[in-house]
Design a protein. Structure first.
Length: 479
């Protein structure tokens, strides 16, 4: 590319990390940071041992336990009853000790979901390349980083070389315009924006692309909200999602543990500002959305693309776009146990899950607590709150949010991935229906036969109180 040609943010970050571009082969990218957890790393470490290779840059790898650790109590986390989970966590402890990787274990004050602690600690910074053996690594793109999930063999490759072969993705601008100062309609959140996008373009609508989110609505959203949007980019098929760093980004990062201080901070901010897309830069695709027309969203089927607004109904077959969609709809009706045409607000729930790397941050818990304050969970519902990290848990308890939730009948848990996925004790029973703030509603995602509906924290909280999906825009807030 000609140096004078306007470049997108993605192109700038990509080019700054190119090691070599062999003709007819994938580009070799330098990786600034690899995040490690207990599920996708054991085979990678074993591969290093078998080949006699060292870890090339231990300081560029950070580990935590999150996917299958129990969230019920500290005691349950220290001695994990499930043999497979215990073996994976034990293996991570040994591997980190053997290879010199910093590990945030269950008893550590900074433990949490891998995509939560990276930003909290300031490990995640603008302009970085970040990988992890987890598809929702795209979360870190909220800071202007190029972040994406990789497979176990790739995890080993990064460990051994600190590089990764990658084919260059295409660019996709999604411009979201809000009202005055970027404001969203009352009751509409970052979760509703990303669910609406996935509903519009489909779960394969951004395949082969890195999405850049821009527009006044994106600029007006907090870092927590931006992380929610980038987190679910993968659910639209994107390789990654990115948002240009700005004053909101810098304010979030300043003084965090792994962020430069003093003069180095000023130099870093100057570099980060320059990452923004140049005026006139071209994208391969563009989509423009008027956020003032959005409403709170709820998924009804078995993919994040099967979504509609809270004031609508389950789509009928004649609303399917293709023959393939008709087949998917038919299967979803059967699995989810719902009839086409059913008003969303008539669908009852059995469980509510507040948490995950999508919506387990302090802002999310505050929004949910505001809804439940002064109310009690419906008698037919079991509800749990799982902070995404120890830092979030401490902050929530300092603000008294835990007391609000417990008074309302919610379980208050220890940090972890929890009910986002069926890899720990927090699972649904067959046929049980859950209002979940997580990122995937696939068949069996939250437990064999479990039925998952995705929505925002405030909407999930309202469903816990009423026992069915409820429009939070009509909620009677008591405090």
């Amino acid at each position: 590319m000609n140096p004078s040609t306007p470049r997108t943010m993605f192109e700038k970050v990509w080019q700054q990390h190119v090691v070599t571009e062999p003709a007819g082969e994938p580009t070799i990218l330098y990786i600034d940071l690899q995040l490690v957890h207990e599920v996708t790393s054991p085979q990678a470490f074993e591969g290093l041992r078998l080949s006699g290779r060292p870890l090339r840059h231990p300081e560029r790898h950070v580990a935590t336990v999150d996917h299958n650790v129990p969230t019920t109590s500290i005691a349950d986390r220290l001695v994990i009853a499930d043999q497979i989970a215990n073996a994976q966590v034990s293996a991570l402890r040994k591997n980190c000790a053997d290879f010199g990787i910093e590990l945030f274990d269950v008893q550590d004050a900074d433990q949490g979901i891998v995509h939560m602690i990276g930003p909290e600690l300031g490990l995640t910074k603008p302009g970085m390349t970040i990988v992890c053996g987890d598809s929702h690594t795209s979360t870190h793109g909220a800071f202007g980083a190029l972040a994406f999930g990789i497979g176990t063999s790739e995890v080993e490759h990064v460990m051994a070389t600190q590089t990764l072969p990658q084919s260059k993705p295409k660019t996709f601008l999604i411009h979201v315009e809000g009202g005055p100062n970027g404001a969203l309609p009352f009751g509409v959140t970052a979760k509703d924006i990303i669910l609406d996008i996935i509903g519009r373009i489909g779960t394969d609508g951004a395949t082969g692309c890195v999405i850049e989110y821009a527009g006044s609505a994106i600029r007006a959203i907090s870092m927590e909200g931006r992380m929610t949007i980038c987190n679910m980019s993968i659910e639209a098929g994107a390789r990654a999602g990115m948002i240009a760093p700005d004053e909101t980004t810098f304010a979030y990062l300043k003084d965090r543990r792994f962020v430069p201080k003093g003069a180095a901070w000023d130099q870093s901010v100057a570099h980060w500002r320059a990452l923004a897309t140049d005026p006139g830069a071209a994208y391969d695709r563009e989509l423009h959305i008027d956020a003032t027309q959005l409403a709170p969203s709820v998924t009804w089927g078995t993919s994040p693309g099967m979504v509609t607004s809270i004031d609508a109904a389950v789509p009928t077959l004649d609303q399917a776009r293709t023959d393939a969609d008709q087949k998917s709809f038919t299967r979803a009706y059967e699995y989810m146990g719902i009839r086409p045409g059913t008003p969303i607000q008539q669908i009852k729930v059995d469980a509510v899950f507040l948490g995950s790397c999508t919506n387990g941050r302090i802002e999310d818990l505050r929004a949910a607590a505001r809804v439940v304050n002064g109310y009690h969970v419906a008698g037919s519902v079991r509800a749990m709150v799982v902070p995404g990290s120890q830092a979030v848990k401490r902050q929530a308890e300092a603000e008294g949010l835990d007391r609000i939730f417990k008074s309302a009948g919610f379980e208050w848990r220890e940090p972890g991935c929890s009910m986002c996925l069926g890899m720990n004790p927090d699972i649904l029973s067959p046929g049980e229906r859950c209002a979940s703030t997580s990122n995937r509603n696939f068949e069996g995602r939250q437990g064999r036969g479990g039925r998952t509906h995705l929505l925002s924290p405030a909407m999930a909280a309202a469903a816990a109180i009423t026992g069915h999906f409820t429009d939070v825009r009509t909620w009677n807030f008591k405090a």
